[in-house]
Structures are given as structure tokens and as C-alpha cells.
Design a binder for this molecule. Structure first.
Ligand code: SF4
Ligand code: SF4
Length: 110
């Protein structure tokens, strides 16, 4: 879900609360991903700590300890191509290298 009219550059310069408010809590980035020959593919397997009903992390404040490897989003990291194409953090990135979603692959192959 994109937030129309949001100046992402200015928001990125603000504090952490503003940064986190960009997230629309879709939970998609908390699904396992596979890097195959440099291309990222999403799977339909959620992180063990993702509440798939609310799409919220059940250990958010403690996620660094509970799940080493859970990466905190930074302005630099969002450009790496791990977030889905409709994530608001990547909305203003030109030629963003969006990963393939598992459901997209299904429809392409059917
Ligand atoms: S994909 Fe983007 S909007 Fe969705 S939960 Fe992750 S950071 Fe938030
Ligand atoms: S631990 Fe990290 S990857 Fe797992 S649900 Fe929480 S924020 Fe998402």
C-alpha cells in the first residue's frame, strides 16, 4: 500500500517514530525469502514470531535477541531489494529491484 504524496526523503531525515510510522503493517517483509542467483524470492512461510492475523511482530521490542537475523530497516537497507514493491519505504526509489512474490510466481506459471 503506497502513501501518496509523502516526501520520503524528508521523512527519512526525521526521528525513529516518524520512520516507523511509514510502515503500513502489512507484515509481508516478515516472510522468509530466498536469494537465488542474486534475485530475491518471497516464500509463503512467515517468521515464527509474526502474528499472521494481526500482521504484527509478537516480539518487536526484543526482536534482535529473539531472532538474530531480523534486520532493522534503515534508509540504506531499504534500497537493497528485500522489501516488496508495494511497501511505502520503497515507493520513491527509482528502478527499485523488487523481489518476486511467491503468489506472483504461481500466477506466472499457471
Ligand atoms: S513490507 Fe513494508 S509496509 Fe509491510 S510490514 Fe514490511 S516494512 Fe512494513
Ligand atoms: S522477528 Fe523480525 S522478521 Fe520476525 S516477525 Fe518480528 S520483525 Fe518480523
Amino acid at each position: 500500500m503506497k502513501k501518496a504524496g509523502v516526501d520520503m526523503k524528508k521523512i527519512r531525515e526525521k526521528d525513529q517514530n516518524d520512520w516507523e510510522s511509514i510502515c503500513c503493517r502489512c507484515g509481508r517483509c516478515c516472510y522468509e525469502k530466498i536469494d537465488f542467483e542474486g534475485k530475491i524470492y518471497y516464500t509463503d512461510l512467515p517468521c515464527e514470531f509474526l502474528d499472521t492475523e494481526t500482521k504484527m511482530c509478537r516480539v518487536y521490542a526484543d526482536r534482535d535477541r529473539k531472532r538474530p537475523g531480523c534486520i532493522r530497516l534503515t534508509a540504506a537497507y531499504v534500497k537493497e531489494g528485500f522489501l516488496p514493491a508495494d511497501c511505502p519505504y520503497v515507493a520513491d526509489i527509482e528502478n527499485y529491484p523488487a523481489p518476486s512474490m511467491s503468489d506472483e510466481d504461481d500466477s506466472e506459471n499457471s
